[in-house]
Design a protein around this ligand. Structure first.
Ligand code: ADP
Length: 486
């Protein structure tokens, strides 16, 4: 895919204080963005560090001083949603080029991103001042949702447009100026987004974009006094590091970290529907999302029938470059991702799992796209690495269980607690099992992931805070209670 002449990528530098920075000189550090389907270079960008991040935070700190009124914020949010709709095709093409996901999924991501802005615009009134009906101490009491201050936002590569949409929509709604650092693997979607933002007349400093030396930029977000909120989506390992660095500075943390999603299928479930839902859930972005099922737990009496139906569907998936019509599974993001999936499948096969379809894919040539054949592993046991680690690839791991207690015990046998899926035809069972599942998001007879209208986030090591719904907006405000003696 070629992006040289893409108008949305006319500017390829960081954005701060209301403008794209000038092109740096030839000596400056650079960063190469590659097409994961071919390994070809898509762009060479400047790479920024602590100094630019600090300048962006300081420009944002100035914007904190003159917060925009609620109606202006609503107008920006609606204009951003509209800009996504108007530029749906080029945004989707950029997304597929740098992330590898099929174009149909990329279009879906553009729509999903737009929905966060639209939803936040509709929910803004929740942030209006709230006057208590009581008069304790003979005072009038009013609760104001003040912008928390500058927000540092760090996003991953698997949803290069939607992950920042969740954060940016909430920050703008709350009136908190933000500095975004996208993944260095996929900065182009964020650049295109800023090209759209640039035309909307936001006050300088409201929105800034930097990328490059992730640890150095992260350090600025964790320690600069003007940054009051740090919102991060990525691995538990990096999340823990950021939380540790931010703790002495008392930042508000919103962390969406790793998952290890179980997909429970009881014998009383509609198996065809469960298989169809699993296909929609598991293979999004080639299995590289934090809500993608990582462990399928099937009641032993129906495991054979389930595995057979699933293998037939998985074996028919079409693998190839995301830009090609009809492709359902694109490449993995990079060689590191490929090697992890390969290691987990090899370990499972070594320890006695069987491949119902797929198996170990051959390692790609150096620099080539990393495609992994969709695989169903049967008879996976909890001692195998794939039961504990998130595969982030198109591999289904089937484990058999007997009875409700074993199902719940296996499902919760992880330090993570992001998403789970429960399939049963018995409402009484659902009522018993749901509260026992320690996951922030549960699909009941559904493989659906989050939606802008509802809060989404993890329990345990999957993170802190929520994105979406009113709860998502509240991450970016500080409540100020005014007690008025009148
Ligand atoms: P993944 O394994 O999915 O790439 P990471 O947690 O490594 O997840 O990356 C998610 C985001 O965190 C990316 O934007 C990446 O650049 C950023 N990141 C990685 N390491 C650090 C760090 N030490 N400090 C701040 N951000 C980081």
């Amino acid at each position: 895919m070629r992006l040289e002449d893409e108008p949305l990528l006319a500017h390829r530098t960081a954005y701060l204080a209301g403008a794209f920075l000038p092109e740096p000189d030839d000596e400056a550090r650079t960063l190469e963005v590659r097409d994961p389907a071919s390994g070809a270079r898509l762009a060479r960008l400047p790479s920024y560090g602590a100094e630019t991040a600090r300048a962006a935070v300081e420009a944002a700190a100035e914007a904190v001083e003159s917060p925009a009124p609620l109606e202006a914020r609503r107008g920006w949010l609606l204009a951003i949603a509209e800009a996504h709709a108007t530029h749906r095709e080029p945004l989707a093409r950029i997304l597929t080029a740098e992330n590898g996901k099929p174009l149909v999924e990329a279009r879906g991501e553009v729509d999903y991103a737009a929905a966060f802005y639209r939803d936040a615009a509709g929910r803004l009134d929740a942030l209006a001042p709230r006057r208590l009906s009581e008069r304790p101490r003979d005072h009038g009491w009013t609760v104001h949702a003040r912008p928390a201050g500058v927000a540092g936002l760090i996003t991953p590569w698997n949803f290069p447009l939607a992950m920042h949409a969740k954060k940016v929509s909430a920050a703008l709604a709350a009136g908190a100026p933000f500095v975004l650092k996208p993944s260095e693997l996929t900065p182009l979607s964020a650049l295109a987004f800023f090209q759209l933002l640039d035309g909307l007349g936001l006050p300088p400093g409201t929105a800034s974009l930097v990328w490059g030396d992730a640890p150095a930029i992260g350090e600025v977000f964790c320690t600069h006094p003007a940054v009051r909120v740090l919102s991060f989506t990525g691995s538990t390992e990096v999340g823990r590091r950021l939380a540790t660095a931010a703790a002495p500075h008392m930042k508000r943390l919103a962390l969406e970290l790793g998952g290890n999603a179980p997909f429970l299928v009881f014998a009383d479930a509609d198996l065809d529907s469960a298989v169809a839902q699993l296909m929609g859930n598991k293979f999004r972005c080639s299995g590289q999302t934090c809500v993608c099922t990582n462990r399928v737990l099937v009641e032993a009496s129906v495991a054979e029938a389930f595995a057979e139906k699933l293998a037939a569907r998985v074996g028919a998936l079409r693998v190839g470059p995301g830009a090609e019509a009809g492709v359902q599974i694109g490449p993995l993001i990079d060689r590191r991702g490929f090697d992890k999936v390969h290691r987990l499948v090899a370990d499972a096969l070594d320890r006695g799992a069987t491949a119902r379809v797929g198996g170990l894919s051959a390692a790609p040539d150096a620099g080539a796209g990393c495609f992994f054949t969709p695989t169903v592993l049967d008879r996976v046991t909890p001692d195998m690495a794939i039961a504990r680690e998130e595969a982030f690839g198109p591999v289904v791991a089937l484990t058999r269980f007997d009875g409700e207690d074993e199902a719940v015990r296996l499902a919760n046998a992880t330090e993570h607690g992001l998403a789970a899926y429960l399939f049963t035809g018995d409402p009484a069972r659902a009522e018993r099992v749901l509260p026992r599942l320690r996951f922030g998001h549960v699909g009941l007879n559904s493989g659906t992931g989050p939606t802008p209208e509802a809060p989404f986030g993890g329990m345990k090591m999957s993170g802190l805070g929520r994105e979406g719904g009113i709860e998502g907006l509240l991450e970016y405000v500080e409540l100020q209670t005014v007690a008025e003696r009148d």
